[in-house]
Design a protein around this ligand. Structure first.
Ligand SMILES: Nc1ncnc2c1ncn2[C@@H]1O[C@H](COP(=O)(O)OP(=O)(O)OP(=O)(O)O)[C@@H](O)[C@H]1O
Ligand SMILES: [Mg+2]
Length: 607
């Protein structure tokens, strides 16, 4: 896990090394300063002004200012390098996660939910960033500060410094006990945060559905429950943590009183005891005692900081695990070693294909599929919901790999192709199609980044989208909101078809892509396909028989199997399912299904 994370430090290695170096410099200087101050204080003897040596004061004063400035510079540089390293590390982590997700196959994506991926890229990366910042700065600073302060305390205060040695272990035990107690609560809080985030994301995304079902009150209650849950655990954790400060204060004032009492007692008595206590140190003076107190505070503060780092790191381990889970995920689709880049034609062959979404699934979603489609043919696919129509066509552009058998495009197994080359020739308008925030033009150019404005208009005319785009004030520069919420369902579908057409593919797959388009426009789109892209193989999945009845062949799907294949006329009467669907949809007289019957006046865009 550590190795995976370390790989993301990359160009920020130098900053990551410089930060602790400058921190060390800062600590050494900070520990020296009280020492110099003590010397300075002792040099100023108000009772015997005649004995004050102005030169000594100037030297110590100058040294003090110099060290203070140097310490400041070290501190500032350490802070700057630390910020650069941790922010850079987080950036690399996010980038690697994002790039990894882009590599994911549909199967990989099925494994992680969208909101969990988002939480991993945001909250979890933030946790790691905080931890890293602490590791390269505070985790170096605290123990160093503690050791140096202790050494200096011994040099200055001699045996009096043993007070610190005595007080540190019990305080450390108390602090770590507090952390240890609060840790599981924090863990739980983080997991609950995840749930809260997921519920917020889901609700905001589906806010229109929530409103249309008047579920606001229910959703509010659900949110309140999740929020209260987080609050309860957080309060519990913070209540335990709150003991940190009193424990610190108690120790600090204890140490302070002991040092003051013993110190002043020794100075006043100036007895032999002083010599024994201060064997290795300088003589006890007011200056020394005041600085001993400063060291004492530094030692205790460092201890507290250290226990907090410990807590932060422990908290980030869960985040690190979640991030590494994504980074370590292997894409289930790979390009072959010597990929084929040319797709010869638009022919498609399913040879004894069976398929299931995951190896552990019991039942195949597709079974015994044998289907051969000639280049340029128009194939309609009809079947009940869940009959595996989408699953079938997803295999053509290799969104998933077959479990058994093979799918060939242009006479070659799809697994032999370079994925990009294959998907450039197989354009799919997905059932769950999506538009991205940006202008219409930008969205269309997803299909082909080099398409000229004329080509955009041409594709939109074929997809019957040009007409409504022209009615927008900004025409092709109209801004599409995230998820395409400011265009109607039917308009969105037509834009998605135009986007696919811009690829100029050899195979075009429309997965229920005209379901929100009125029958007249639907017929116009099919007519345009026939006339302008006759050589492209077209696969049209539809719920309406009218959308497929002029196809060369119609495939009837039932429970993951091909039930029948034939033309509209052949299937009518011969296939009970098709006949039934056709009759139901055309009850009360023959439905207006094809363009010729409708005339040119057409229906309104009811999408
Ligand atoms: N990503 C997935 N992971 C696991 N199972 C899936 C996945 N997608 C679909 N399925 C299952 O596969 C079966 C076929 O689904 P598929 O989407 O192919 O049906 P469909 O014919 O396209 O239905 P619809 O007409 O509603 O679009 C269903 O039982 C469904 O639950
Ligand atoms: Mg489907």
């Amino acid at each position: 896990m550590l190795k995976t994370l370390m790989k993301c430090i990359r160009e920020y290695k130098l900053s990551s090394i410089l930060s602790p170096i400058f921190v060390s410099g800062e600590v050494v200087l900070e520990c020296m300063i009280p020492f110099i101050i003590a010397k300075l204080v002792n040099a100023i003897d108000v009772e015997k002004p005649a004995l004050i040596d102005i030169n000594v004061i100037l030297i110590y004063g100058g040294l003090l200012i110099g060290m203070a400035i140097l310490s400041l510079v070290c501190g500032a540089l350490a802070g700057a390098f630390c910020a650069k390293a941790s922010a850079g590390f987080a950036k690399n982590l996010r980038k690697d996660l994002y790039y990894k997700v882009q590599e994911f196959s549909f199967e990989n994506i099925d494994k992680f939910s969208t909101s969990s991926l988002v939480t991993r890229m945001t909250t979890d990366v933030n946790n790691i960033q905080m931890s890293y910042m602490m590791i390269i700065r505070t985790a170096i600073r605290s123990p160093m500060m503690m050791v140096f302060s202790l050494v200096m305390a011994f040099i200055m205060g001699g045996n009096l410094a043993w007070i610190f040695v005595v007080v540190v272990p019990p305080l450390a035990a108390v602090l770590f006990f507090i952390m240890w107690k609060s840790m599981p609560l924090f863990h739980r809080v983080f997991r609950k945060y995840d749930n809260l985030n997921e519920s917020i994301q889901e609700n905001v995304k589906g806010i229109r559905v929530v409103k249309s079902y008047v579920r606001e009150e229910f959703e509010k209650e659900k949110f309140d429950r999740a929020a209260t849950d987080v609050q309860v655990d957080f309060t519990k954790a913070e209540r335990i943590l709150a003991w940190n400060n009193p424990a610190m204060q108690l120790c600090f004032y204890g140490v302070l009183s002991t040092v003051l009492f013993l110190g002043s007692y020794l100075i006043l008595k100036n007895s032999n005891l002083q010599l024994i206590l201060a064997q290795s140190g300088s003589a006890l003076t007011v200056g020394v005692i005041s600085q001993l107190i400063v060291y004492g505070m530094q030692i205790l503060m460092s201890l507290m900081m250290f226990s907090m780092i410990f807590a932060m790191i422990a908290m980030s381990i869960e985040s690190a695990r979640r991030i590494c889970e994504v980074l370590g995920e292997q894409s289930t689709l790979h390009d072959p070693e010597n990929p084929v880049f040319e797709v010869a034609d638009g022919s498609i062959d399913f040879d004894d294909v069976s398929f299931k979404y995951s190896a552990s699934a019991e039942k195949n979603v597709l079974e015994d599929i044998d289907l051969h489609i000639r280049s340029g043919e128009t194939i309609g696919i009809i079947g009940g919901t869940g009959s595996s129509k989408t699953s079938l066509v997803n295999l053509i552009s290799r969104l998933y790999d077959v479990t058994e058998g093979s799918v060939k495009v242009g006479g070659k197994d799809v697994r032999e192709y370079d994925l990009t080359a294959l998907r450039n020739q197989v354009a799919v308008v997905l059932q769950k199609n999506v538009l991205f925030s940006g202008t219409i033009k930008e969205n269309l150019r997803w299909g082909n980044p080099d398409a000229t404005d004329e080509e955009l208009v041409e594709a939109c005319k074929l997809a019957q989208a040009d007409e409504f785009i022209q009615t927008f004030p900004d025409k092709y520069d109209t801004h599409i909101e995230q998820g395409g919420t400011n265009v109607s369902g039917g308009q969105k579908q037509r834009l998605c078809i135009a986007r696919a057409l811009l690829k100029k593919p050899k195979i075009l797959i429309l997965d229920d892509s005209t379901s929100a388009v009125d029958t007249h426009t639907d017929a116009l789109i099919r007519k345009a396909f026939r006339e302008y892209i006759p050589t492209t193989t077209k696969i049209i999945i539809a719920q309406r028989t009218s959308s497929v009845e002029d196809a060369d062949r119609i495939v009837i799907m039932e429970n993951g199997r091909i039930e029948a294949v034939g033309t509209h006329e052949q299937l009518l009467d011969a296939d009970p399912i098709y006949t039934e669907v056709y009759r139901t949809q055309n009850k009360g007289g023959k439905a207006v299904s094809s363009l010729e019957e409708m005339g040119e006046q057409g229906g309104a865009d009811n999408a």
